[in-house]
Structure formats: C-alpha cells, structure tokens
Design a protein around this ligand. Structure first.
Ligand code: NDP
Length: 244
C-alpha cells in the first residue's frame, strides 16, 4: 500500500479493530484509533503502530455520542493532515428477545452501529482525496439469522449494506469506494473462541473454524489497498462459510 496514507479505525483498542490498525501500520499506513474505555489497550496499539515505524494516535471517543464521533475524525485530520481509509469498526453485542428490548437498548445499538457510521463517514469524506476508502464492519448475522435474540443487532448491521450501496453512488465520482465487511464468528473479547457458545458456531462453518481477528484485518487491508480499487457498493462476507 502506498505509504503516507492515513487510516482512522473506530474501536481500535481491542479485537478486530486493533488487528486492523496493526495490519494497516505494517503496510505503511499511519493509524488513529478510537476507543471508549480501554485507554491502556489503545495506548498499546499506538505503541505497536509506532514500533512498526508509522505514526499512531489514540482518541477517546464514545461512538454513542454524535459529537465525539465527529470530533475524532476532525482530530485525526488535524494531527495527520488527512484520512484516506476510514474503518467503521466500533461495536457492541447484545442478545435479547425483542419483547425485552427497551428504547434505550435500541437507541444505543443504533447510535453505535448506524448513526456513528453515517456521521464519521460524512466528516471523513469532506476532505477525503481520490483513492479514499470507507470500510464498515458489519456481521454475517446481517445476511442470515442463525439464532434467536439477535434481531436488534442484525437490524443495525444490515443497515450498513443499504448505507454503503447508496454511499458508493454518492462518492464514486470522487474516486472513493465504500464496502462492508461482514465477519462471522471471530475470536475476540466479544466472542471468545474458548466460550461455551463456540462449538455451535464452529459447527455451522464450512471450514470448521473460527475467524481470528487477523482474518478480518487481512480482508480490510486488501480492500484498503490496490486490490480494493474497483470494489465498491458491496459487501464481503468473511465467515469461514457459516452462511454458505
Ligand atoms: P470487541 O468487544 O473485542 O472490541 C470492541 C472494540 O470496539 C473495542 O476497541 C471497544 O473499545 C470499541 N467500542 C465498543 N463500544 C464503543 C463505543 N461506544 N465507542 C467507541 N468504541 C467502542 O469486539 P470485536 O473486535 O469482536 O468487534 C469489532 C466489530 O466486529 C464490531 O462492530 C462487531 O459487531 C463486529 N463483529 C464481531 C464479530 C465477532 O464474532 N467477534 C462477528 C461479526 C461482527 P474499548 O476497548 O474502549 O471498550
């Protein structure tokens, strides 16, 4: 990937986001990450980005807070001068029967998974140069519901596919692409491969395995680089064949 490029990865302190940040840094990209609480983990990601010879930046920004989301984009542009790759990754998981969901549950889930993505994208594309990439992390549950209790989570994640298709039409003329990556079960704090729920998730995959965070990071790095030049307005599922 051309060096001198700058990425902002939301929720980059742990899990998939941290892996994406480190992978992009290894490919020559300066990387800012946001986090909500884990300042120490975010600082460690920045230390490793810098050890790879790139500039790193950790920004505390709660994705549920619209102003903090936009401020994080603006701070990245202020410090690094530009954003070439925005990775909308920050996310939460909540499983509950639909009749038990409160308005607060719905507002929080959609604020983090949809509103933050729309606002961060809007703020980033304002100054994005041709070759820019908007990559949003969805979920394979957006395409196929395998277990009950995931209706709200799936609603938020599937919103990203419509957003991304329309966004691709809007920014394509400026040479900017928009893609969703739908991970399947991925070994992180959110969904540990050592949990009691892991076996049933592995059982539905074609490859009989969990993703590692690096599997998602490798796909994002591909899309962020030359390989993603003509991929836009679509979604790529990385789920070891769970939805096959
Ligand atoms: P983790 O729980 O391991 O990490 C979540 C990351 O998001 C952390 O960096 C966390 O920050 C950050 N985050 C959470 N809430 C907020 C918030 N309100 N504001 C800012 N940052 C926030 O999750 P994963 O790495 O597993 O998930 C990453 C993405 O991948 C999510 O969008 C998730 O929905 C999606 N996904 C995950 C799958 C899986 O099986 N793991 C499967 C399909 C999709 P902090 O450290 O400060 O808490």
């Amino acid at each position: 990937m051309a060096s001198g490029r700058v990425a902002l990865v939301t929720g980059g302190s742990r899990g998939i986001g941290a892996s994406i940040a480190l992978r992009l840094a290894a490919e020559g990209v300066d990387v800012a990450v946001t986090y909500e609480r884990a300042a120490d983990r975010a600082a460690e990601v920045v230390r490793r980005v810098e050890a790879a010879g790139r500039r790193g930046l950790a920004i505390r920004a709660d994705s549920a807070d619209a102003e903090q989301v936009v401020a994080a984009v603006e701070e990245t542009v202020k410090v690094f001068g530009r954003i070439d790759v925005l990775v909308n990754n920050a996310g939460i998981y909540q499983a509950a029967p639909v009749e038990e969901l409160t308005a607060a549950d719905v507002d929080r889930m959609l604020a983090i998974h949809v509103r933050a993505v729309v606002l961060a994208t809007g703020a980033a594309v304002r100054s994005m140069a041709p070759g820019g990439r908007i990559i949003s992390i969805g979920s394979n549950l957006a395409e196929r519901a395998t277990v009950p209790g995931t209706a709200l989570y799936a609603a938020g994640k599937s919103a990203l596919t419509g957003f991304t298709r329309a966004l691709a039409r809007e920014v394509g003329g400026r040479g900017i692409t928009a893609v969703v990556v739908h991970p399947g079960s991925t070994d992180t704090d959110m969904n540990p491969a050592s949990s009691e729920y892991a076996a049933e998730q592995i059982a539905v995959t074609a490859l009989e395995r969990f993703n590692g965070p690096g599997d998602i990071a490798a796909t994002v790095a591909f899309l962020a680089g030359e390989g993603g030049r003509n991929i836009t307005g679509t979604a790529i599922t990385v789920d070891a064949g769970a939805n096959a």
